[in-house]
Write a protein that binds this ligand. Sequence first.
Ligand code: PAF
Length: 284
Amino acid sequence: MQVISEISALRQQIRDWRKQGEKIAFVPTMGNLHQGHLSLVEQAHKLADKVVVSIFVNPTQFNDKSDLVDYPRTLEQDLKYLELAANDMVFTPTVETVYPNGMQTQTTINVPKITERLCGAHRAGHFEGVATVVTKLFNMVCPDVAVFGEKDYQQLLLIKKMVSELNMPIEIVGAETHREDTGLAMSSRNQYLSTEQKHQASQLYQELSKIKHKIEQGERRYDDLSQQARQNLEQQGFNVDYIEVCNAHDLELAQPEDKSLRILLAAELGSARLIDNLACNLAG
Ligand code: PAF
C-alpha cells in the first residue's frame, strides 16, 4: 500500500493506473478509522480496480475550534487497518497542501438549500467546509467513483447535488451505516463516550426505529412523533439539536403524501455530538 502526501506523486500514480485502464474509487476520511470506514473501503473495492483513501482532518469544517484540536488523530493505526483492508493508496496531505494560500481568502463551494436545515442550522460554515474540501480532494484524486457513508446523510445528499450541478464526472455511492450490536451508529465521536454512555447512546437508534415503525403502521403526524422522541431522549439526558421526519430527497419536512422518508437526528450526550438517521420507504 502506498502512502503519499504530495499532489504531484498522487497524480503520477493515478495517471499510471489510468494508462493501464484501471477504474479508481475514492473514500475521503478524516482518519481515526473504524469498522464503518472499512466497510466503505470494502464497497469501493467492489466498484473499482484501485482504491484511494484520503486521511485529512479538514480545519474549515470545524465550527468549534476546540473540536478540531481534540479530534482524534491515529495515523499509525489507520494505516494498519487500511493495509489489512487491501487498500491501494492512502493520501495524507498537509493543511498547507490542501490550502496553499491559507484559509481566510479561500475560494469556497456553497451548496444552497440542502445545507440550510438540520446540521446546517446548528453548525455554521460546516457544510461549506465539507463541500470545499471534497471538491479539492476530487480535483486531486480525479476518481471515477467516490463512496460516502449514509450516516452523514445530509453530507451525502449535498455531495450528490454538488457533483450534479458542477458537472463533475464522478459517480457518488452511498454506503449503509455500520452499527454496533446495540444499534449505535459507528462514529469516531463514540470514543468521547464512557461505556455507560455508549450503552445509553443506543437509545438514539431505538427512537429512530420507533418512529419508523409507527410510520409504517400508518401514523402521519410526523411532528408529534418527533416531539415524543425528543422528550424521551431529553429525559434520558440527551441534549437534542433536532429530530425530524424529512423527505429523503430534499430533506424538507416530510408531507403526508411523501413516500420516501428519512428520519434524522442530532443530539449531544456528554461532550459528544452524535448524529444518526434511518430510511423509511412507504409502498405505493
Ligand atoms: O465525512 C467525513 O469524514 C468528512 O466530512 C469528509 C467527507 C472526509 C470531508 O472532510
